[in-house]
Ligand binder design. Structure first.
Ligand code: B1M
Length: 222
């Protein structure tokens, strides 16, 4: 792997946001995710390579260490911050300059769930695919989705969940959307989901990644 991508992965794994960040103390004065991502882009490394070869594997390592009780929530949070600093540099590439004409996509992480890195990636890439995005953020309940749908008739909806506990909330949200706004197409995603779960809760499409979500949405309007 490119040594720069390796270094960036380490910065995200250990939560080094930028050079001025005092955390972690043993990486004091070293470049963080902010500087390293910029350097990687300036050196010509593709944004998708930065994401898939460095950032996402780093977050997987973080998750593994958390499961093994080797790190705790504050460290996980610092890694998420470092990932966010990196994503700020990638955003313009994924959003691209396309005219937004295909339709409106309302996205949010479901009630009870605060994970937003994957949801933000999906939003960025769908926007890059030519869609107008309404990002409702995290901890979004059925009423917020339905109210936004009432203001944007015909919009598509995307739900993200990262916790097995909040997958249950997803089911309620899908049912309520379908009841109040019949005909709305609902896409679901997030690490603990699969297509069986999608079918069980009556959502229209499951994608394990942002690309699948973009392809599905585009196929609905072409
Ligand atoms: Co949390 N967390 N976390 N966490 N966290 C996980 C999810 C966990 C798997 C870690 C672990 O135990 N190994 C575990 C869940 C276990 C489970 O339910 N099975 C867990 C836990 C337990 C918790 C807390 C309960 C911890 C605690 O407090 N004791 C707590 C819950 C808080 C809450 O939400 N109410 C918690 C808190 C946090 C932080 C706040 C510290 C932080 C989130 C910060 C943030 O998001 N701003 C955090 C983090 C960083 C993680 C891990 C390490 C990384 C998540 C991530 O960003 N991945 C995570 C472990 C892991 O995933 N390996 C973990 C990178 C991201 C690019 O991937 O989000 O999967 P992902 O998104 C992917 C796909 O899933 C897909 O596309 C994305 C790009 O490929 N996708 C979609 C996502 N949404 C989609 C929607 C679509 C389509 C595709 O269409 C609409």
């Amino acid at each position: 792997m490119d040594p720069l991508l390796e270094k960036l992965g380490v910065a995200v794994e250990f939560g080094k946001v930028d050079k001025n960040s005092p955390y972690p103390p043993n990486m004091k004065d070293q470049d963080g995710a902010d500087e390293l991502t910029k350097e990687a882009l300036d050196s010509g490394i593709k944004p998708t390579s930065i994401l898939t070869e460095s950032l996402v594997p780093a977050m997987d390592r973080v998750g593994r260490k958390f499961s093994e009780n080797k790190i705790f929530v504050p460290q996980m949070l610092m890694s998420a911050k470092a990932m966010g600093a990196a994503m700020n540099h990638l955003k313009p590439y994924f959003q691209s300059g396309d005219v937004k004409t295909r339709g409106t996509f309302i996205i949010g992480t479901v009630k009870g769930d605060l994970h937003d890195i994957g949801k933000n990636l999906v939003a960025m890439m769908v926007e890059g695919g030519g869609w107008t995005i309404i990002d409702l953020g995290v901890d979004v309940n059925e009423d917020m989705f339905n109210q936004t749908l009432a203001e944007n008739p015909g919009a598509f909806v995307g739900l993200s969940a990262l916790l097995t506990t909040t997958m249950a909330n997803m089911e309620v949200i899908v049912q309520q959307i379908k009841e109040v706004n019949p005909g709305t197409r609902v896409l679901v995603g997030g690490a603990p989901l699969n297509d069986d779960f999608r079918a069980k809760i009556g959502a229209d499409f499951y994608s394990p990644d942002p690309r699948g979500a973009v392809e599905y949405l585009n196929s609905c309007v072409s």
